[in-house]
Ligand binder design. Structure first.
Ligand code: FDA
Length: 397
């Protein structure tokens, strides 16, 4: 049976837009549809408007998911360097901000325009403000009941992302369709998200930021932490949120690995008459020291003189500073989460092509799959790599 399209990609986000020109290679009729008014909205707002489009240090260890090997193939066949080449060829200027994170010098819309130009060059079409109500599959043909009427195709690519930021049009659409076709979905949960604490816990510290090491049993990150009115945020907290589970504690090393014990012991000789709090303020933000003076008053007297502290007392204090154990009450949820952890189980997907192992012609790419990157450009790299894998497979079939 002849179909309207060779390939329909649902979702004009990073993965879907990137996949389309590869799938359309050789003139295969390809359509991208999205219910949003504009394509690539998350690209536009990402990285503070400059899009952290990849990370120079991308490697499989920078991703969470139930199968730590699944994403290796796609990442190896379209690497961060391949994406950087594209950006360079398009004349888009970029810079490394920190920790290998690459941002546009100008606006993130440059990336969207590049993806749209490639889509146009490949003669792929894009229909916005188009919804899909149901999908049927018979004799190798997918039929989409859409707001633009019934559409048929041989290859259907689900690229509708995760549930993060529903205000921007995020839905659980890919999960529902995956389940309809018999795929398992690992329970989605908000990730790269601020953690909340009982009201007012850190209100006095709102706006204070410092470098820390933060860890749970599963992961550890050395980055900045920010106190907010509602709890903790900043890169270190967003990172650990992907590994934290309700009811568990997180550990914060406020010294960020510095040997504060030796420093304070040495100062006990030269500055012994000073208060502990005065000395600590040399290493930690003054407002934090002020807060800890009250918060830890039952265990430590920060107003005491340094000279009066035994080695044991100093050790107890610095041990506590380097392992402040805190139990968040929750997270800010999908409202602000940058990504969704979990998603379509990788067991049912072929890692080279991103095609369903049980439904030929059905593909899953990008954030809807159970592959979640750390903060720092890894999630876009997954969108590019997985989109490329599916697109190439479709074109070569
Ligand atoms: P994406 O969400 O991009 O696209 C999905 C598309 O599907 C959307 O266009 C949506 O409208 C559409 N859609 C959804 N449901 C639909 C339905 N039912 N019918 C039709 N269409 C539907 N990552 C990174 O690497 N570097 C960064 O700097 C940032 N910064 C960042 C900031 C913020 C605020 C957020 C929220 C996220 C980031 N991210 C990021 C994460 C990154 O944006 C994300 O991982 C990718 O956009 C995922 O790409 P996808 O194409 O899979 O989904």
């Amino acid at each position: 049976m002849k179909t309207d399209w060779d390939t329909i990609i649902i979702g004009a986000g990073a993965a879907g837009l990137f996949c389309a020109p590869f799938a359309a290679a050789g003139g295969k009729p390809t359509l991208v549809i999205d219910h949003a008014v504009k394509p690539g909205e998350k690209i536009r707002i990402s990285g503070g408007g400059r899009c952290n489009f990849t990370n120079m240090h991308t490697e499989p260890g920078n991703f969470a998911g139930h199968n730590s090997h699944f994403h290796k193939s796609a990442l190896a066949r379209f690497t961060q360097w391949d994406f950087i080449d594209l950006i360079d060829q398009a004349g888009i200027a970029w810079h490394e901000k920190t920790l290998g994170q690459l941002f546009c010098d100008g606006k993130a819309t440059q990336i969207i325009n590049l993806l749209l130009a490639k889509l146009k060059d490949a003669d792929a079409e894009i229909w916005l403000s188009t919804t899909v109500d149901a999908i049927d599959h018979q004799d190798g043909v997918f039929t989409l009941k859409s707001s633009a009427g019934d559409l048929t195709c041989r290859n259907l690519v689900l690229a509708t992302g995760g549930k993060s930021i529903p205000k921007m049009g995020a839905t659980g659409f890919a999960y529902d369709i995956a389940e309809q076709f018999g795929h398992e979905v690992i329970e989605p949960r908000p990730a790269l998200v601020p953690l909340t604490f009982p009201e007012g816990r850190f209100a006095a510290l709102a706006g204070v930021s410092l470098p820390v090491r933060v860890w749970t049993d599963r992961a550890s990150f050395d980055e900045a932490m920010l106190f907010t009115h509602r709890g903790l945020s900043g890169p270190a907290i967003l990172q650990i949120s992907s590994f934290w589970r309700e009811g568990e504690a997180i550990h914060v090393d406020l010294t960020a690995g510095q040997d504060l014990f030796t420093a304070l012991r040495d100062q006990r000789q030269s500055e012994g008459r000073r208060q502990i709090s005065t000395e600590l303020a040399r290493y930690l933000p003054a407002r934090l020291v002020e807060f800890l003076t009250k918060d830890w008053a039952d265990q430590f007297d920060f107003t005491a003189r340094l000279a009066d502290q035994s080695d044991t007392a100093l050790r107890a204090l610095t041990d506590r500073l380097s392992d402040w154990t805190l139990t968040p009450s929750g997270s800010e949820g999908y409202r602000t989460a940058e990504v969704t952890l979990g998603g379509i189980a990788t067991d049912g997907i072929d890692s080279k092509s991103m095609m369903s192992k049980t439904v030929p012609g059905l593909y899953f790419i990008g954030e809807c799959v159970d592959v979640t990157g750390w903060l720092g450009g890894y999630n876009f790299q997954w969108a590019w790599s997985s989109g490329h894998a599916a697109g190439r497979h479709i074109a070569e079939a």
